[in-house]
Design a protein around this ligand. Structure first.
Ligand code: NAD
Length: 330
């Protein structure tokens, strides 16, 4: 499968392009207005264009991955779908619900395969937790606690560009907009059911930019599992900052350092009767990005899949209502 990447910055270059190759695909072309990004792409043998339209007109891609800043997702997703190209779009779907709705309308009308790149649902440890929970390994799930935090200072940029994450017009918000949807989607994936209630609390505590640098979210799943999520841009990278605990009435899964872009981490199961903690082996060599690329290739080939625009736009609507309310109190 020949991939086109629209927006060849940090996540595309460092994580998705290697993942495409590891999954057996080819990076055929990129589109990016930045000359340095195009030069990096041509160095790998890809053809580089300065616009999404040019990449789509070129006609040499079977799939498209969109990894521009959030406010630029909608146009290339719509253009790709209109051209009949399966399109995998980075999270959040867009910087605003209105853009996400417009995107969804076009994609649904085109009947093209669409996926939001919630790579966390493809991490091998998370897939194993989901399967073991469904098999009863922790009894009846009661609560899910996630911490997913990092440090994003005012001038943070892994590629040397401007920090669009600190600009509300580009990002649509701060740490919560950037990180929380990963955790909410992962909660739905692990529990196998949708979240139905959501509240958000925001803080602007450490950094002096105009978006939140931390937040706490609480949610309830359809059957009544309680979910809490702490996300932040104000957590020093040397601190423990990626942890997931899923409690049941017969045990608990604890995953450490599995959330993120890379392979590995640790997974444990604690017995609800004895308190004994046992490591749970999983495929620690496959990154969530590689598994995600492989899954999207399979879906584009017509294999059964669980990508769902309907699910993603429902979650975006639930999130948007709670997030806008929280912003009034910031
Ligand atoms: N799933 C994850 O773990 C994960 C991790 C990081 C980023 N992301 C998401 O990926 C997206 C990109 O983030 P990043 O950190 O790579 O940003 P980045 O700034 O490093 O890269 C974005 C690239 O898009 C290019 N670009 C800007 N406007 C464009 C347009 N109209 N058409 C084509 N290219 C355009 C920029 O020149 C830049 O090269 C964001 O939506 C972000 O939320 C996801």
């Amino acid at each position: 499968m020949r991939w086109g990447i629209i927006g060849y910055g940090w996540v595309a270059r460092d994580h998705m392009a290697p993942a495409i190759r590891a999954a057996g695909g080819t990076l055929a072309a990129v589109a990016d207005p930045c000359p340095a990004a195009r030069a990096a792409a041509t160095g790998t043998g890809a053809t580089a264009y300065s616009s999404a339209e040019a990449l789509i007109d070129y006609g040499g891609c079977d799939l498209v991955y969109v990894a521009t800043p959030n406010h630029c997702h909608a146009a290339p997703v719509q253009a790709s779908a209109a051209a009949g190209l399966p399109v995998l779009c980075e999270k959040p779907m867009a910087a605003s619900l209105a853009d996400a709705e417009r995107m969804a309308d076009t994609v649904l009308a085109s009947r093209t395969l669409y996926g939001t790149a919630f790579d966390q649902r493809h991490h091998p440890a998370h897939r194993l937790i989901r399967q073991r929970v469904a098999d009863g390994a922790i009894g009846r799930p009661v609560a899910l606690r996630i911490a997913y935090a990092c440090w994003v200072g005012r001038d943070w940029s892994p590629t040397g560009g401007v920090n669009w994450r600190a600009d509300p017009d580009c990002a649509g918000g701060g740490a919560v907009m950037d990180l929380a949807l990963h955790g909410l989607d992962l909660a739905e994936f692990l529990l196998g059911e949708p979240l139905v209630d959501l509240t958000v609390m925001l803080q602007r505590r450490v950094h002096d930019y105009p978006v939140e640098d931390g937040g706490v979210l609480t949610a309830r799943s359809a059957s009544g599992v309680l979910v809490s999520l702490h996300v932040a841009y104000n957590c020093p990278e040397a601190l423990p900052r990626r942890r997931l605990e899923l409690l049941g009435d017969a045990g608990q899964f604890t995953a450490i350092d599995t959330m993120g872009q890379t392979a590995g981490g640790q997974l444990f199961r604690t017995c609800g009767s004895s308190g004994a903690v046992e490591p749970v082996p999983f495929d620690g060599a496959t990154s969530p990005f590689t598994a995600q690329a492989a899954a999207f290739i399979e879906a584009a080939r017509g294999e059964p899949h669980d990508w769902s625009l309907t699910r993603d736009i429902r979650l975006m609507r639930l999130f948007d209502t709670a997030y806008r309310e929280a912003q009034l109190c910031l």
